[in-house]
Design a protein around this ligand. Structure first.
Ligand SMILES: NC(=O)c1ccc[n+]([C@@H]2O[C@H](COP(=O)([O-])OP(=O)(O)OC[C@H]3O[C@@H](n4cnc5c(N)ncnc54)[C@H](O)[C@@H]3O)[C@@H](O)[C@H]2O)c1
Length: 351
């Protein structure tokens, strides 16, 4: 992969580098020449992409810690003295939010405040790229597709914790001039992200993998829910563009909010996604059940990112599903080759 002018040699601290997206980002940024440091909890799935893809080898340093532990986080940020922080660490699951609301708010909301405060107090940090979600928008069928100006809200703990994090970010952006602290804060709101190496519970493609692995039925909670499906590599590219932006010395603004959604034809029902995944992988028996309420339909208007950042998804939904099927098949049949395969998928996608 060609080195990027602004990222080559840049020191980037990734929060959440032991997770699904964080692992892909660590590899991608390292391939672009950046020096990568991580702060996160230990991987909490078995197996974990972090171990399977040998993310260690891409890291310059690695701190295991909780975002709730502000003094450890501040120490880490000051010791690493990064040029930019990519803030991915979160409790990212709607269902876990119902089971652990306090933990979800501590990690997602207070944790974001901790990251911003540590960044503000560390002069090397030129900017923070904070990853929230399309679920920060107040569910309203009449407001679809959501633009960056749509109303924030959230009718479950995960969504509310991320919308609250965005209010904190807005407060920081407006206060930076009061502190005379030049720092950019960019926010990325993406949809339902999938790709090889996600082993989280209650997510449809990891559930599909587990159904194949165990030979059991795939449980579908909301088969009719329409979601914007996106491959992790398309999001990683969006996060790269935002990191380049916060590192651009000519950029004067204090940061902005960005939607990164798929093409409209990639917003399809869960049941239709499963049929297309079966076509490129293998059929699985289905078990349709009902679960707690979740927003039924979500769609993002990403015109701003297209026109101002030049970002657009490069993978069609079928290409993205094929890449994922290839990765998960390898996880079942030749796990020792996953470190190579993950790097090959990044290289083939390009910067
Ligand atoms: N995966 C998706 O579909 C999706 C969609 C939209 C937004 N997002 C957002 O993208 C980000 C990454 O999601 P993911 O799917 O890679 O999640 P993940 O669960 O795979 O990884 C989460 C990471 O955060 C870390 N973490 C969690 N709680 C922490 C704490 N208290 N202190 C320190 N570290 C902690 C974990 O150790 C892990 O490294 C999250 O902010 C998530 O909300 C994800």
């Amino acid at each position: 992969m060609t080195k990027s002018s602004r990222l080559d040699g840049a020191r980037i601290l990734i929060t959440g580098h032991t997770g699904f997206t964080g692992s892909w980002m660590a590899l991608k940024l390292a391939a672009l020449g950046a020096e990568i440091h991580g702060f996160a909890l230990a991987p909490d799935t078995k197996p974990a992409l972090f171990d399977l893809a040998d993310i260690w080898s891409a890291l310059k340093s690695h701190t295991l810690g909780d975002l709730a532990d502000y003094s450890l986080l501040l120490d880490t940020v000051q010791r690493v003295a990064p040029d930019a922080i990519l803030h991915l660490a979160a409790q990212p699951l709607v269902l876990t939010g119902y089971a652990q609301p306090i933990r979800t708010f501590l990690t997602n909301t207070q944790g974001t405040a901790h990251v911003l405060e540590a960044a503000r107090l560390t002069p090397s940090v030129r900017g923070v790229v904070a990853i929230t979600t399309d679920k920060v928008y107040m569910p309203d069928p009449k407001a679809l597709p959501f633009s960056e100006a749509s109303r924030l809200g959230g009718k479950d703990h995960y969504s509310a914790s991320k919308a609250a994090a965005e209010l904190i970010i807005e407060g920081y952006r407006h206060s930076l001039s009061v502190w005379n602290r030049p720092m950019r804060i960019e926010v990325a709101r993406g949809g339902n992200i999938f790709g090889g190496g996600d082993f989280a519970p209650h997510r449809i493609i990891p559930d599909f993998y587990r159904a194949v692995q165990s030979g059991t039925a795939l449980k579908l909670r909301k088969p009719e829910a329409k979601r914007p499906w996106q491959h992790v590599l398309d999001l990683c590219e969006a996060y790269r563009l935002l990191l380049e932006r916060v590192l651009n010395p000519d950029e004067k603004a204090t940061g902005d909010n960005w939607n990164f959604g798929p093409e409209p034809q990639a917003s399809i029902k869960v049941i239709d996604l499963i049929k297309r995944l079966e076509a490129v992988w293998q059929p699985v028996p289905l078990d349709i059940e009902t679960g707690p309420p979740e927003t039924l339909n979500l769609a993002l208007n990403s015109q701003k990112a297209r026109s101002q950042l030049g970002w657009q998804p490069r993978l069609t939904l079928d290409e993205a599903l094929k890449l994922s099927a290839e990765w998960y098949r390898a996880a079942l049949e030749r796990p020792d080759q996953l470190a190579t395969l993950t790097r090959q998928q990044i290289e083939a996608y390009g910067a």
